[in-house]
Design a protein around this ligand. Structure first.
Ligand SMILES: NC(=O)c1ccc[n+]([C@@H]2O[C@H](COP(=O)([O-])OP(=O)(O)OC[C@H]3O[C@@H](n4cnc5c(N)ncnc54)[C@H](OP(=O)(O)O)[C@@H]3O)[C@@H](O)[C@H]2O)c1
Length: 250
């Protein structure tokens, strides 16, 4: 039996990039997956089609996670279609790098709303459906430990993700719900090219190419190593003890 048979997962921001790779990895292990997107319907439909043609179960659900009613709608759609919820992956994220002299209130609000408020709202909507053995996985970033220049706002959101993960691991641990973060290194995605980033990846942080559909297999393969064990509801990882995977890879 596959590791996630009969489990239901919601992956936010799964229309492309890391989220798409995570959705496909979970589906390959037997989970039924809600592929959330905000604007990229075609991307989400493609991810669903790839999962279902491989024999898996998935639906695409639109919802801006930074709006309470829409985050709730994503979770409601999972319950309506699949009946229960076991795994929440808070992956939706936006990034833009600016020096301290150039950032604006608008830039701050945009990035914090998706990366932090969106995570909190989606978790709030999900938590009443999660039972013993459930798993919440927040996608942070290695930037919270590297603190590269010109990234105060984005890195601030990922520092918040680490802190929230620690709080919720303790808060939900007594209910046997595990809360962890995976903090990837640089993964080439739609908006990230190594040349545009304010940091050069140290040699210990290999860049993982994922710009094309074909090369998405690289993060998908990496996520199979790090991600599925974290999501497994029979994992022996203790509830209440967050793991921040900061190896620099997904
Ligand atoms: N790429 C990297 O090097 C890297 C490294 C470390 C951590 N991360 C983190 O990994 C996560 C995914 O990054 P990525 O590089 O794969 O990004 P990406 O390719 O740009 O994908 C971002 C995803 O987030 C979704 N999204 C954006 N705003 C949203 C909203 N308001 N509501 C719901 N979904 C929304 C997008 O959906 P639509 O297209 O439909 O809007 C898309 O599916 C982010 O949290 C990022 O911070 C990335």
């Amino acid at each position: 039996m596959s590791k996630l048979t009969d489990k239901v997962a919601v992956v936010t921001g799964a229309s492309k990039g890391i989220g798409a790779a995570i959705a496909k990895s979970l589906a390959a292990e037997g989970a039924s997956v809600v592929v959330n997107y905000s604007s990229s319907k075609a991307g989400a439909d493609k991810v669903v089609s790839e999962i279902t043609t491989s024999g898996g179960k998935a639906i695409a659900v639109r919802g801006d996670v930074s709006k309470a009613a829409e985050a709730q709608g994503v979770i409601d759609a999972a319950i309506k279609k699949f009946g229960h919820l076991d795994i929440l992956v808070n992956n939706s994220g936006v990034y833009e790098f600016l020096p301290i002299e150039a950032f604006t209130e608008e830039h701050y609000n945009k990035i914090f709303k998706v990366n932090v408020l969106g995570l909190l709202l989606t978790t709030q909507a999900a938590v009443k459906h999660l039972g013993e053995g459930a798993s919440i996985i927040n996608i942070g970033s290695v930037v919270s430990s590297l603190t590269p220049p010109n990234s105060a706002v984005y890195t601030g959101t990922k520092g918040a993700v680490d802190a929230i993960t620690g709080v919720l691991a303790k808060e939900l641990g007594p209910k046997k719900i595990r809360v962890n973060s995976i903090n990837p290194g640089m993964v080439e995605a739609a908006l990230v090219k190594p040349t545009t980033l304010p940091l050069s990846p140290p040699s210990s942080l290999p860049t993982i190419p994922s710009g094309s559909q074909a090369s998405l297999s690289a993060p998908a393969a990496a996520s199979a190593n790090h991600f599925v064990p974290t999501a497994r509801c029979d994992s022996d990882a203790a509830a209440g003890l967050p793991r921040h995977n900061t190896k620099g890879e997904l």
